[in-house]
Structure formats: structure tokens, C-alpha cells
Design a protein around this ligand. Structure first.
Ligand SMILES: C=C(O[C@@H]1C=C(C(=O)O)C=C[C@H]1O)C(=O)O
Length: 387
């Protein structure tokens, strides 16, 4: 059953495994700007607004580019969703051919190898590739949102973006990664890094889980993210804790290494949207050192990330809210969905394995588009096999 969100096309909508929140009738756009002015724009949006007001939005990967925010004075909030109507008729184009992606990975690995042992050498880089899915009809966003909700391990989102002249544009996805949640003075971040494809065969699935748990390469990849978050959050918190090592978490398509980090803020007044900008971009989507990685990404990728690998979320009057890493996502414009997927590279990564990982990561959104079963398996296998 679909949640009764009151309207068919809200400016924003988030659905988790147990609750949903979406814009009411009165959503208006927050004036656009970059993260440098976000605090002031949030304050203005909440100034004199009713208690129930919520601001929701998306921050791009590159925080010097403009974000996209909505304010709703009468958001609708409720308990659970469900079901998945079917969709059909897709043409898929790999915008980043396998060979181009692998060449980018190989180049990044050379840079990592050349910097090994040097204090400011590149240690980790997340490289993404692109895919376009074109439907033979206008994409049914309500059906898509229902299908994105199918995985209880992820939070589904659909958010209207500024138009670019080809009609309404949306950011949609099912993110399994919590960047920042704030309730009062308590914060949680649950980074993921280190991945392995799941399998329909229970034995193969258990083996994939076990080999991820034992993989020192993946643990190394993961440790970068946790260390970055602990270092960034430490000055903001008077209490900060996390388990000694990562746990295994999963979505329907992937096993991941994950670590739940919890803290108590020194300044509980700081809005969750701004806390999200402080920790973004983590090495789960960028790299180490951060500035070096952020400069290399546009050089080594074959197109701009836009809102991919940024963050989406919402923020209420008290500053409480939840922000998710914009992955397993796409931009939707008319009949076209533009997908991105990336993989973290460290010393010891292999270009072909990383390319396979991106194919698996595309699976989440492609299955939400209605591609499933043998059709989806064949598509992902072709992507894995193509050269
Ligand atoms: C970059 C993506 O995912 C991120 C990278 C991961 C990895 O490299 O193992 C795992 C989870 C995410 O933090 C993506 O899905 O596009």
C-alpha cells in the first residue's frame, strides 16, 4: 500500500523502513546558493515559520556548486509504505564504457602507487561511472518511488531539482548510507565502504559475506572513512564512540562494511544540514587526502557528478534531521534516468573487479526502474563482461 502522502507529486519525499515524510501542499523553493550561505538561508526559511516547518534538499558533490532546497510549512509525516507496481520498456546505454572506466581506475592506481609512503600521497580515491536508462514513456515517478522503497535497508528519496529546460527534473534513489542524523544533542553517522556483490544462491551469498569480512583491502578502504569522520567530528562533540571494527551490513544487492558512529554535540543548536556539509565529502565517495582526491575526480571521471555523491535530507526547526549519501541514485528528466555508481580504490585494487562492483551498484536503481529477474541479471552480466 502506498502511504497517503496527500498528493501525487510532492516537491520532496523520503521513505525509510518504518516512516515517511513528504512536502505538503505549500512547499516553496529556498533561494539557491552554495553551502557557504546555507546557514543564513535556513535561518530565513525558519524565521516566523510554524513549528511544523521542515526544510529538505540536496547538496551537490561539489559544495561550491548550488544546492536545491525546499521549505514546507505543513509537511506530512507517517508510518509505513509498501508494494511495487511494475514498469517496463527500457533502453540502457553505458555512458562510461567499461574500457574508459578501467583506464581511469588504472591511472588512479598509478597515482596511489607513486605516492605510497609519502606524507601527502593519494591513499584512496572513489571513481564513478555513468549509465543512462531511457524509457519508451514518461517515467512513472510514483511507481519508481514505491519500488525504491522495497529495500528496508535503504531510505528512498525523490526530490524536485531546478529545471534545465527539458521539463521537471528529479533526484531519486535508495541510499543505504546515513551521513548525519541529529536528534537534540545526539548525532549518528553510519558510513559504508567495502563492498561485495550478493548472490541468489545462499552458499555463494554466505561466501561473499565471509570473504568481505576477511578482506584486508576492504577493511583498509573502510578505515579511511571512519578515521576521517572521527577526526572531523571530534572537535564538535564532547562524547564520540564507535565499535573497534566494522560490521557487515547489507542491501538486497550488496554486502558492505559499515560502522555506526555516535556522538553528543557540544553545540546542539547546529542544524543537521550544516553538520552534513562539515563531514561531506567523506572518503566513502571522495578520497584521502580529501582535497587531492576532490581535485582528481573531475580529471579522471568522464562527466560531472552533479548531485550524485552529494547528500540529501531534511532538517526541522530545531535543526534535527537526517542526511543520506546520494548513492544508488539517478537524476530523472522526462523519459531518461541518469545513473552514477562508484567504487573506492586503494593500493591493491583491481580495475576489472572495481568495474564489476559498479555494475552491481547500478542494480539497485535499475531494479527500481522495473528491470528484474533474468533481464536484469543479463544486463548486469553484460556490463560486467563488456570491454
Ligand atoms: C560510491 C558508491 O558507494 C560507496 C562506496 C562503497 C565502496 O567503495 O565499497 C560502498 C558504499 C558507498 O559508500 C556508490 O554506490 O556509487
Amino acid at each position: 500500500m502506498r502511504p497517503d502522502t496527500g498528493r501525487n507529486d510532492p516537491a520532496f519525499e523520503f521513505r525509510g523502513s518504518a516512516a515517511w515524510i513528504c512536502a505538503g501542499e505549500s512547499a516553496t523553493a529556498v533561494p539557491r546558493g552554495t553551502s557557504a550561505t546555507l546557514g543564513a538561508r535556513l535561518a530565513r526559511a525558519f524565521d516566523g515559520a510554524p513549528e511544523s516547518t521542515i526544510v529538505a534538499g540536496a547538496l551537490p558533490f561539489d559544495l561550491t556548486e548550488e544546492d536545491s532546497f525546499w521549505v514546507s510549512t505543513s509537511p506530512r509525516i507517517g508510518g509505513l509504505a509498501g508494494a511495487a507496481p511494475s514498469m517496463a520498456g527500457w533502453t540502457i546505454r553505458e555512458m562510461t564504457p567499461a574500457a574508459v572506466y578501467e583506464a581511469g581506475v588504472a591511472r588512479a592506481l598509478e597515482i596511489i602507487a607513486a605516492g605510497a609512503g609519502q606524507p601527502d600521497g593519494l591513499q584512496k580515491l572513489v571513481l564513478a561511472r555513468r549509465l543512462e536508462a531511457m524509457s519508451d514513456r514518461e517515467i512513472d515517478r510514483a511507481a519508481l518511488m514505491d519500488r525504491l522503497t522495497a529495500d528496508p535497508a535503504a531510505t528512498a528519496f525523490m526530490l524536485r531539482l531546478p529545471e534545465r529546460g527539458q521539463g521537471p527534473r528529479y533526484l531519486a534513489g535508495a541510499s543505504p548510507e546515513l551521513l548525519m542524523e541529529k536528534r537534540g544533542d545526539r548525532i549518528i553517522s553510519h558510513p559504508l565502504a567495502g563492498s561485495s556483490a550478493r548472490s541468489a544462491d545462499p552458499h555463494a551469498d554466505a561466501a561473499a559475506r565471509a570473504s568481505l569480512a576477511a578482506s584486508s583491502k576492504d577493511r583498509h578502504e573502510h578505515r579511511h572513512v571512519v578515521e576521517f569522520l572521527l577526526d572531523t567530528l571530534a572537535p564538535l562533540c564532547h562524547e564520540l564512540r564507535c565499535p573497534d571494527g566494522p560490521e557487515i551490513t547489507s542491501t538486497r544487492a550488496l554486502w558492505h562494511l559499515g560502522t555506526r558512529i555516535e556522538g553528543r554535540l557540544r553545540d546542539p543548536e547546529e542544524p543537521s544540514a550544516l553538520l552534513a556539509t562539515r563531514v561531506h565529502p567523506t572518503p566513502a565517495v571522495c578520497g584521502v587526502p580529501q582535497a587531492r582526491a576532490a581535485a582528481l575526480i573531475p580529471e579522471l571521471e568522464d562527466g560531472p557528478r552533479g548531485f550524485y555523491a552529494g547528500t540529501v535530507g531534511w532538517n526541522d526547526r530545531r535543526g534535527d534531521g537526517s542526511w543520506y549519501v546520494t548513492i544508488r541514485s539517478a537524476e530523472i528528466e522526462g523519459r531518461v534516468a541518469r545513473l552514477h555508481a562508484g567504487a573506492g580504490l586503494v593500493l591493491g585494487s583491481d580495475p576489472e573487479t572495481e568495474r564489476r562492483e559498479t555494475a552491481t551498484k547500478f542494480r539497485t536503481f535499475l531494479s527500481a526502474l522495473g528491470l528484474e529477474g533474468a533481464e536484469l541479471d543479463t544486463l548486469v552480466e553484460t556490463m560486467e563482461a563488456s570491454r
